[in-house]
Write a protein that binds this ligand. Structure first.
Ligand SMILES: Cc1cc2nc3c(=O)[nH]c(=O)nc-3n(C[C@H](O)[C@H](O)[C@H](O)COP(=O)(O)OP(=O)(O)OC[C@H]3O[C@@H](n4cnc5c(N)ncnc54)[C@H](O)[C@@H]3O)c2cc1C
Length: 374
């Protein structure tokens, strides 16, 4: 067992060393704050490095659209933020349709996005789709497409954010799970297996464990731990640049520059967050494989080399909690419900604004922790 010898003070303690914790710490440090990040395992151990790397505005819940659009701009220039391109490849994300009904649904959706002032989702016809994605099944009659979306490398991303934070003076305590949080005058005292840390501000970026931290801070926020799954194939000849999904079906499909193909999009295994473990659901994995063959006939020859799942926090309404808690100088940012990687850069900035300016420059009212109050 570790000795509890550490004791340090800071302006802000960030709980959780995933992408959202690192991005929050980075933006706070850029504005001159002294920041400590406490992480129960290792930085990036969970969803932030296990994810599919999809960088997508396409199909976002409407309240997320302004945040996702702002984050997309940051991804275009991610190297300026973290001195690393994070493996970001901008191409297209497309959502495929193979029935007239699905095309109507996509048209209606694109109109909803235009109605709130955003123009990035476009409907494309069968020929344009085939020009963009020659390997797509002839059964697909069109798609919704977003130019400039794409994918990045999750492990490279978290490593770059972590590294940049350290350069800016952020202190990380790994293997430092938070057991207890107490108010001490105007300060918060955060007790961990690795020592006690004191600061006036706390940001809860604990992902699927965010509800537990919220409870320690007096906020009743239920987050469900689920285990989204992914499949990766052996290397295949290059056949697609876009990231593809399908209307109304849990499916996400991309080919990396090294030729491997990643298949995911919503099937889940079982999460055991208390022991950092996941169990795969082979029925869900088989459905992924069949769906991939349905939309991309070339996949009939693919060989799967590995499958895995990550532990992710889901909120009841499918969008994260971003905002102040009930107690003074407490802020929450968790429950990204399997689409928080793309939003990492901008949400860290939003949290830094909440801590320092007490207000966000982007519209975050729909994400308020108070929305679940009875
Ligand atoms: C398989 C999979 C595929 C995905 N694909 C995509 C995608 O393509 N595009 C996309 O945008 N999103 C995707 N996501 C979602 C995305 O990965 C997450 O929304 C995002 O990484 C969440 O980041 P986070 O920092 O909030 O959480 P996490 O990465 O889970 O970090 C939270 C951290 O808090 C730590 N912690 C918890 N409790 C404590 C405690 N008591 N004390 C100290 N530390 C604590 C944890 O150990 C963890 O490291 C996917 C997720 C999964 C699992």
């Amino acid at each position: 067992m570790k000795s509890s010898s550490n004791s340090a003070t800071a302006d802000t303690i960030v709980i959780g060393g995933g992408l959202h914790g690192c991005s929050t710490a980075l933006h706070l440090a850029l504005r001159g704050m002294k920041v400590i990040v406490v992480e129960k395992d290792r930085v990036g151990r969970h969803a932030s490095s296990a994810n599919a790397g999809g960088v997508r505005r396409l199909g976002r819940a409407l309240p997320e659209v302004p945040l996702s659009a702002a984050s997309a701009q940051m991804w275009q220039n991610i190297e300026a933020l973290v001195d690393d391109d994070c493996g970001f490849v901008a191409s297209y994300q497309v959502k495929l349709a193979d029935t007239d009904e699905q095309m109507d649904q996509l048209r209606a959706r694109a109109q909803q996005v235009r109605d709130i002032g955003f123009e990035h989702e476009h409907i494309i016809d069968q020929q344009t789709l085939r020009d963009l994605v020659p390997a797509v099944s002839p059964a697909c009659i069109g798609a919704m497409a977003v130019k400039g979306d794409g994918f990045a490398n999750p492990f490279q991303t978290i490593k770059a954010f972590h590294q940049k934070c350290k350069q800016l003076g952020v202190t990380f305590h790994e293997g430092s799970g938070v057991d207890r949080i107490e108010r001490a005058g105007t300060e918060w005292s955060v007790q961990t297996a690795d020592g006690t840390f004191v600061a006036p501000n706390i940001v809860n970026c604990a992902g699927a464990w965010g509800g537990k931290i919220a409870a320690m801070l007096g906020d009743d926020l239920h987050v469900e731990a689920r285990a989204p799954m992914l499949i990766i194939t052996e290397k295949m000849p290059h056949f697609i640049d876009c990231v593809a999904g399908a209307q109304g079906i849990p499916f996400s499909f991309k080919q990396f520059p090294n030729g491997t193909v990643l298949i995911g999009g919503g099937h889940v295994g079982t999460a055991h967050p208390d022991i950092n473990k996941t169990d795969l659901n082979f029925e869900g994995l088989a459905t992924y494989a069949k769906t991939a063959q349905r939309y991309f006939p070339i996949m009939k020859n693919a060989k799967i080399v590995r499958c895995w799942a990550g532990i992710e926090g889901f909120m009841p309404d499918g969008i994260p909690v971003i905002g102040a808690g009930q107690a003074d100088n407490v802020f929450h940012s968790f429950g990204y419900s399997a689409h928080g990687y793309q939003m990492g850069p901008v949400c860290g900035k939003i949290l830094s604004e909440l801590v320092i300016d007490k207000a966000s420059t982007l519209p975050i009212a729909p994400f308020a922790p108070t929305r679940f109050a009875a």
